[in-house]
Write a protein of this length. Structure first.
Length: 134
């Protein structure tokens, strides 16, 4: 999940990318693991819809629309926020030490929440644009 963290709050991948690139530091981001990056505003809207419509005990996948790598996300962050994309370095997941094995694709199927609540997941560019304009 991404968005602007509260003051003294914990950051997230996007806020970290922005901070690192603004400070002219190179970042290594994986290009072989896929997931749906979720804008925090979308998460809160989806949760509120579930609560309002009286289905709090159901299980729903809530995620962003695009199934992309962290590297692709970083490139989109650089584009939307007009940052230097030359500081973004693609690496394979084995570049980082993992305590446990990680799946290569953790993208979610959101058909259930889309059909039941008419929720349209945001693409990364849409979410980043909303974040930029906050």
């Amino acid at each position: 999940m991404y968005g602007w963290p509260p003051p003294d709050g914990r950051g997230n991948p996007v806020s970290w990318m922005i901070d690192e690139i603004l400070n002219k530091r190179k970042i290594n981001v994986v290009d072989d693991i896929y997931n749906n990056h979720l804008y925090a505003g979308s998460a809160s809207e989806a949760l509120w819809s579930i609560i309002e419509r009286g289905k709090p005990n159901e299980v729903y996948n809530v995620s962003g629309k695009d199934c992309i790598t962290r590297f692709e996300l970083a490139k989109k962050v650089a584009d939307v926020f007009s940052l230097d994309s030359s500081l973004i370095n693609p690496v394979k997941s084995d570049f980082f030490k993992n305590i446990a094995p990680r799946p290569k694709n953790t993208c979610f199927n959101t058909e259930k929440i889309e059909k039941e609540f008419k929720i349209r997941p945001l693409g990364v560019i849409e979410g980043l644009s909303l974040m930029k304009n906050e």
